[in-house]
Design a protein around this ligand. Structure first.
Ligand SMILES: [Zn+2]
Length: 334
């Protein structure tokens, strides 16, 4: 039986191409919550939030929020909140053990259930989520910035509701949008309360910018977040022009997760060096082996979403299988 350390040792390490900003200068928040900065324009409009570091080693979001704060970006309408999530994990990042500080006690992107937040359990991540919750409770439109274990094109995770698809389409980037209901072992910030309620006007997106430590991931994070603020009417294009990629975005395609694949053993391996968004044409194609079992694609035109063994464990999702959706999204106005 392989250990997680053995599995990780067999995977190709990625270079750290970006600098980790020193975010301690942003510790004192504007409203009494550390690392949360909120600015009110005084003009009617939505409360828009950009969240970085829901996962402590996903630095592209930290680079973006740090840059927007340093730029002294302020909303022209509504309210803008720029926040760093799991700062304790971020501060403990170890370049020799790059996967270790995704979280410290538990995954902060699985705790966003009112029953859990109100409950008796305690962890570093629950404490932080409880600090953030009063702010999150007043947010209308959220962008939660994440990155990926493997180098792959960026994907927008828009949740399971139609309003999420429309929000991703209104934003227009990135090229690939994934419709998914989250994870069975907890609730993501993106799916918290009204964000996942079809009758609520609140809406949220989760961007996976690319591999955690790549320059491209940083560019995607800055570009997506800047476009998010323009799209929501929070800032004018000229306020964020230096962050926006000048290339015209590609037409979007929409995928829907059909099957999360959960490892049953530590002897799980993919049959190829999958990194993400590979298209497997034929139903029944073997994509992985789990112990003695072959895993096959359940349908034709199957797309692999975020395959990775860097957090392999029994019961851990190691890839999600998706189909290509035929949808005609509507443009939202805010
Ligand atoms: Zn993440």
């Amino acid at each position: 039986m392989k250990t997680l350390e053995q599995v990780r040792a067999s995977l190709k390490p990625y270079p750290i191409e970006v600098e980790f900003p020193d975010i301690r200068r942003w510790k004192e928040g504007t409203d009494g919550v550390d690392y949360v900065h909120s600015f009110d324009s005084g003009v009617a409009g939505p409360h828009v939030m950009i969240m970085a570091l829901t996962h402590g080693n996903e630095v592209s979001g930290a680079i973006t929020v740090d840059a927007f704060l340093a730029r002294e970006l302020r909303p022209r309408r509504g309210r803008l909140t720029l926040a760093f999530g799991n700062v304790e994990a971020y501060h403990r990042f170890d370049p020799q053990n790059i996967d270790a500080t995704r979280y410290l006690d538990e995954d902060m992107n699985r705790v966003w259930l009112p029953g859990k937040l109100d409950g008796e359990l305690d962890s570093i991540e629950l404490r932080r989520a409880r600090q953030l919750r009063p702010v999150v409770d007043t947010v209308d439109l959220l962008l939660d910035i994440h990155s990926m274990h493997e180098e792959a094109p960026p994907v927008m995770m828009c949740g399971a509701q139609r309003k999420g698809i429309d929000f991703a389409a209104t934003l227009g980037v990135p090229q690939t949008v994934v419709v998914d209901a989250g994870h069975p072992n907890g609730r993501r910030l993106r799916d918290y309360e009204g964000f996942n309620d079809p009758s609520s006007a609140r809406n949220a997106l989760l961007i996976e910018t690319g591999q955690h430590f790549s320059r491209r991931s940083r560019q995607v994070a800055l570009d997506t977040a800047a476009r998010f603020l323009v799209t929501t009417g929070t800032v004018s294009p000229e306020d964020v022009v230096e962050f926006i990629n000048t290339q015209t975005p590609q037409p979007q395609r929409f995928l829907e997760v059909t099957d999360p694949v959960v490892a049953d053993s530590m002897d799980f391996s993919f049959v190829d060096d999958f990194r993400g968004l590979e298209l497997i044409e034929q139903k029944g194609t073997v994509i992985a082996r789990d112990g003695d079992t072959d895993l096959v694609t359940p349908h034709d035109h199957c797309v692999l979403v975020q395959p990775s063994l860097r957090h392999l464990g029994v019961g851990v999702t190691v890839v999600r299988l998706a189909k290509i959706l035929d949808v005609a999204p509507e443009r939202l106005s805010f």
